[in-house]
Design a protein around this ligand. Structure first.
Ligand SMILES: *Cc1c(COP(=O)(O)O)cnc(C)c1O
Length: 375
């Protein structure tokens, strides 16, 4: 054979919030082929849908899986849930909130954006006033963990206001679902979106929409796109025992099923959340000791990803820093905010406090040679 079977080693740990480092067992689950219309495969899909609903803690929800990256799923949800003539109010404080506005613009959906800036949670008094004054608004959308900065939005306070005002509430929980305990029913969430390659620790290839059954039933015929029609996909899955309408990412789906089993084995969302919190606290404290200031105050910070300001060291450059860390086995993220020069480090995935400890040693090494580093 010209190409002998070889399992490659991972040259680095991904400290990026999706795709992230996965376990060997999740990757190994992809080493077989599946027939998409065989019942064995469709049963696997049904099992995944059931387990996702269980993670919401409420049997009023139902799950629909959708091909593509997380954004495809957000676009699918927005394009399918908005009735003709509906208006979407988007509470934005980062790139992912603004992306929802871009989706609404592309789909010609009437919308309004409350942008509180990258460093501040939404203004809840303004939200209440707007919902009281503008009766055209039918839906409100927000990002739970704004991955741009790592800011955690107070979804548990927003949802009840939206529900009290009689509107529907959609949450992009892409980078938080599975890693932060949530109570969608008590928080007044009608539609929640996440993807395979974030806190559930699968590999990229599809996302999922968790919607209240009574809500998704209303979506028939509303979608602005055939392939992203969440209602039609849901109907097909419901009535054909877990069948996707078009080719599904079979290997990715099998890996996701393994990732869900590993989430349960770890002790569920609460246990995973504790590990992420430990990672993040160690990271934040350790980086501060090395002279790096976090962008956000601790009160706004999620355990998912942390943005740090570039240090005031002459000679510091992000590409140089990135390459030195990569050589030591760690890959981090560039910044994404407009307010300051930052880089970001994720604390999710197959990452443990000892991984963070090793990263801190690598950061010390990667900057210790700079003049004025004090080291
Ligand atoms: C990752 C992410 C998305 C989706 O991004 P893709 O690159 O399309 O997977 C959407 N919203 C948030 C908050 C995210 O973190």
């Amino acid at each position: 054979m010209t190409f002998p079977l070889q399992i490659p080693e991972n040259p680095y740990l991904l400290l990026t919030p999706g795709p992230l480092s996965t376990t060997g067992t999740v990757k190994a689950a992809m080493l077989r082929d599946w027939c998409t219309w065989d019942t064995e495969y469709n049963d696997l899909v049904q099992g995944i849908r059931r387990q996702l609903v269980e993670l919401t803690g409420s049997d009023r929800f139902t799950a629909v899986l959708m091909q593509g990256s997380g954004t495809f799923c957000v676009e699918s949800a927005i394009g399918s849930m908005m009735p003709p003539g509906g208006k979407l109010l988007i509470l934005a404080n980062g790139a992912y909130g603004l992306r929802m506005a871009a989706i609404a613009r592309y789909l010609n959906i009437s919308h309004e954006v409350h942008n509180s800036g990258e460093m501040a949670p939404p203004d809840l008094a303004r939200l209440e006033q707007t919902l009281a004054a503008d009766t055209a608004i039918t839906h409100v959308a927000v990002v739970h963990c704004e991955t741009t900065t790592g800011l955690l939005n107070p979804v548990e306070h927003i949802g009840p206001l939206v529900r009290k005002a009689g509107r529907l509430f959609m949450v992009d929980a892409m980078s938080s679902f599975g890693g932060i305990p949530m109570d969608p029913e008590a928080w007044g969430i009608d539609v929640l979106i996440s993807s395979a390659n974030k806190c559930i620790q699968g590999v990229p290839g599809f996302g999922f929409i968790l919607a209240r059954r009574d809500v998704i039933r209303q979506w028939e015929g509303q979608a602005r796109s055939l392939s992203l029609d969440a209602y039609d996909q849901w109907q097909t899955m419901e009535t054909h025992g877990g069948k996707w309408r078009f080719t599904s990412p079979t290997h990715v789906v099998r890996a996701f099923s393994q990732a869900l089993a590993e989430l349960a084995e770890e002790g569920g969302i609460k246990a995973r959340h504790r590990r992420y919190q430990k990672n993040q606290q160690l990271l934040r404290n350790g980086m501060q000791e090395l002279g790096f200031a976090p962008l956000l105050p601790e009160a706004l910070q999620s355990p998912i990803i942390t943005a740090f300001l570039h240090p005031p060291l002459p000679g510091f450059s992000f590409p140089g820093f990135y390459n030195r860390l990569k050589r030591r086995g760690f890959v981090i993220y560039p910044g994404k905010v407009s307010v300051a020069e930052c880089f970001r480090i994720g604390s999710i995935g197959e990452v443990y406090p000892q991984s963070i400890q090793a990263l801190l040693e690598a950061v010390d090494w990667a900057t210790g040679f700079l003049p004025d580093s004090g080291r």
